[in-house]
Design a protein around this ligand. Sequence first.
Ligand SMILES: Cc1cc2nc3c(=O)[nH]c(=O)nc-3n(C[C@H](O)[C@H](O)[C@H](O)COP(=O)(O)OP(=O)(O)OC[C@H]3O[C@@H](n4cnc5c(N)ncnc54)[C@H](O)[C@@H]3O)c2cc1C
Length: 298
Amino acid sequence: MRIDRILEEQRPCFSFEFFPPKDDEGMDRLWEALTELRRDDPAFVSVTYNAAGSRGGRTLEVVKRMRSELGLEAMAHFTCIGSTVEELRATLDEMRSAGVENVLALRGDPPRGETEWKATPGGLRYSTELAALIAESYPFCIGAACFPETHPEAVDLAHDIGFLREKVDAGASFLITQLFFDNDLYFRFVEEARAAGIGVPIIPGIMPVTNFGQIKRFTEMCGATIPSELDRELGARADDADAVRDLGVAYATLQCSDLLARGAPGIHFYTLNKSPATKAILAGLRAARPWDRALAPA
Ligand SMILES: Cc1cc2nc3c(=O)[nH]c(=O)nc-3n(C[C@H](O)[C@H](O)[C@H](O)COP(=O)(O)OP(=O)(O)OC[C@H]3O[C@@H](n4cnc5c(N)ncnc54)[C@H](O)[C@@H]3O)c2cc1C
């Protein structure tokens, strides 16, 4: 089913993101996590594409298996990285033949070890061009990324939002945010986006902290900030992995509860191919039903 339709019919809309494993052992672990998380009845799941410039190309294989073996609505992420337009079209053709209905159109990040993003000769430069290419020739529902703390390469928020509007005009019918820890950043961003004429659902992307070192690396890479109070509490538990995970789950549950109570359309969980944190947060949310208190949709 198309995600724009799911978003019209289902509130809140919970979705889970995974990355394609490098080897068969990783695939087994992913399937264990998926089997667990499937019981939580996600509205859709998604699979990243060559994230952090990595190679592997198993996105479509994983998406196909999720659809055929588990009956999940699986969205393929897709980037402009390292491909000419002809090659992009070839992969999109494959997705269409596989019955994929939803694609997250992205530019992608520079390959590991490189800092500057360079377009491939004969390829595309921005995700807007990819969204336009897809909208022109393929029947997919198109999603795209957005950045409550502004994309690290953007001149400023106003420019970033201006380009986001172009991306939506090119065909993106929903947006998923980069991870963030301060909900006011999300609501301010949604307000700015609405003021710029962007009307599509903006799903907050949440990464429960399960490892202090890892979240420090991720946030540095993507330009998200950890609020000083959370940073302090995590730092105080840095030598105790269980305590960090417990705090991560508690913080993310409070954060998601507040987002849903203030009208966010759902939550996109960055699962990192693990199930326990996401399951615990969802159990708390479904028990407390904060969305019943929502005043107006964000
Ligand atoms: C939900 C989500 C999922 C992701 N999944 C993946 C994945 O699977 N694989 C992966 O490699 N990466 C993934 N990423 C990371 C993403 O590819 C990077 O953050 C990348 O740096 C930006 O991608 P984008 O699609 O937003 O790029 P764009 O929309 O192309 O924007 C990139 C930069 O260019 C600027 N810009 C846009 N249009 C123009 C223009 N016309 N002129 C000048 N400047 C412009 C923007 O302001 C921004 O600063 C994901 C990110 C998110 C939030």
